[in-house]
Every structure is written in C-alpha cells, then in structure tokens.
Write a protein that binds this ligand. Structure first.
Ligand code: ADP
Ligand code: MG
Length: 250
C-alpha cells in the first residue's frame, strides 16, 4: 500500500536559516502518527509545507502516491489533505451546526450561498449533524460556538476539517489552550475517528502523545532524529538526550 503522506528530501530556509532540513518522512495509511520535537524544531513549518501554506525550496510532498508539491492549498484540500484552523469570528458567532453545515456546503462546491433547493440544503444539515454527533457534540449542536468549553470548540474545529472529507488530517497542537481536565477527553474522541482518516499530529504533551500514537517521528533542527513505535522511541537514547528531564512513558 502507498503511504498516505510522504515528504522526500524536503527543504525550507528562512533567509540563511534552515527550518526544514532534507526531511524524508512517511505516514502510513490509517496511522496515528505523532510528530514531536523541541520548540523551534520545525514542526509547524513542516505542516505549512504539507498544506501548501509555505512553498518548499526543494524536495517533494507526496499524497497517496501523487506529487502535490506544486498544488495550491485548496487543491490539496480537495485531494484529501486537510488541517484544522482555529475558529474565526464568523464561526464563533454561529452555532456548531450552522458552521459545519457551511463547511459541508463548501466541500460540495456550493460556496457560501444559501440559494440551493431546500432538499439539497437539508442533506448538508443532516451530514453536519451526523458529524457533530459522532464527535460527541449532540448536546451543543445549536449553541453558539463562542459559548462552549475550549475542548468542545477544538472538536468543532476538527468537525469543520472533517466536513472536507479528508484522507489525511493534520492536527497542530489540538489541545493548545484547552484545560488539562478537557484534553484527555478531546484526545479520546480524536482517537476514535475512523481509520479511513490518517492522522498526523503535533503535540507537546508526551502523556497524550504516547497514549494516542502508533508511530512517532522526532524532529530536531528541521531534521528527523528518530522514527519508530512509541515503545522504542521512549527508550531511544538520542531522543532521551533531547528530552532530558521529561518523562517519556509508553
Ligand atoms: P516548532 O513548530 O517546531 O516549534 P517552527 O516550525 O514554528 O517550530 O519554527 C522552526 C524555526 O523556523 C524556528 O527557529 C522559527 O523561528 C523559524 N521560523 C518559522 N517560521 C518563520 C518565518 N516565517 N520566518 C523566519 N523564521 C521562521
Ligand atoms: Mg509549532
């Protein structure tokens, strides 16, 4: 089987500074793959290169076997490579159901106009409601997003991404800003997403990473230091040196 997502010798510089250094990474179909590394290791830069928000100086991004290196962001989304974005002001004022319905309409190519036959629109509403229920948000469908706990807001951001029907979902610190009391539940919900969605996750909380991931890549100075199963990463001497003083338990 082709990997869901690959980079081949990816390079990105900011001026003279090498942020992504000849990086070759492979994410298997259906994986729960975590990308870890100290601050400034180049994790977010890599996500930006994968989505096309940033252009690479050299190397390639391969999605399900196809070279997407030179595709625009929206073209990559259409092919199934989707990241979450923080809920903006517009979405914050709408209900979860309205927001996700709009995202479904967007995927269907209806843009932001509501001038659709009622039946079409109902199908989008039903799909959005199903998606939100599958993420445990049944109770808050009609509440303004702004009024919800942060953990629930992050789930709505994930629902917005899922509305695009991704084959590969990129999550850059989904628990950022979420109180510890909610982050465990947030991750349990993410872990229950169908395996038809491959997940590449960036997360600094090692406890969450080791619970979630079946594969871990360690990035240091824009390059891959190690990649393996969690139980082997946890005992890797080079990784332990980077994370000196942090407990890595599998
Ligand atoms: P991480 O997400 O692993 O913390 P980043 O990808 O955000 O790391 O950053 C990697 C390095 O690249 C950092 O040293 C950062 O300062 C630098 N960097 C990131 N984006 C830019 C930019 N737009 N311009 C200049 N330097 C940048
Ligand atoms: Mg980052």
């Amino acid at each position: 089987m082709k990997p869901a997502l690959q980079t081949r010798r990816l390079l990105r510089k900011f001026g003279g500074f090498v942020a992504t250094n000849d990086l070759s990474l492979s994410v298997e179909q259906g994986a729960r793959h975590a990308l870890i590394g100290p601050n400034g290791a180049g994790k977010t830069t890599l996500i930006n290169l994968l989505t096309g928000f940033l252009e690479a100086d050299a190397g390639a991004v391969i999605l399900n076997g196809d070279d997407v290196t030179h595709l625009a962001q929206h073209q990559r989304v259409k092919r199934g490579l989707v990241r979450t974005f923080q809920i903006n002001k517009l979405f914050a004022d709408m209900s979860a159901l309205e927001s996700v319905t709009l995202a479904v309409c967007e995927r269907m190519g209806w843009g932001w106009n509501w001038w659709r036959p009622v039946g079409d629109h109902q199908a989008a509403v039903d799909e959005a409601a199903d998606l939100l229920r599958s993420l445990g948000l049944r109770e808050v469908l009609n509440q303004p997003t702004r009024s919800l706990a942060y953990g629930k807001q992050r789930l709505i951001e994930i629902a917005l991404a899922l509305a695009a029907r991704p084959t590969v979902l990129l999550l850059d610190e989904p628990a950022a800003g979420v109180p510890a009391s909610e982050s465990r539940e947030l991750f349990e919900t993410i872990a229950q997403l169908p395996r038809s969605v491959t997940i590449l996750l960036i997360e600094h909380d090692m406890d969450l990473v080791f619970r979630f991931a079946d594969r871990i890549s360690v990035l240091v100075n824009g390059a891959l230091l190690a990649e393996d199963k969690p139980e082997l990463i946890a005992v890797d001497k080079r990784v332990r040196e980077v994370y000196l003083g942090v407990s890595l338990d599998g």
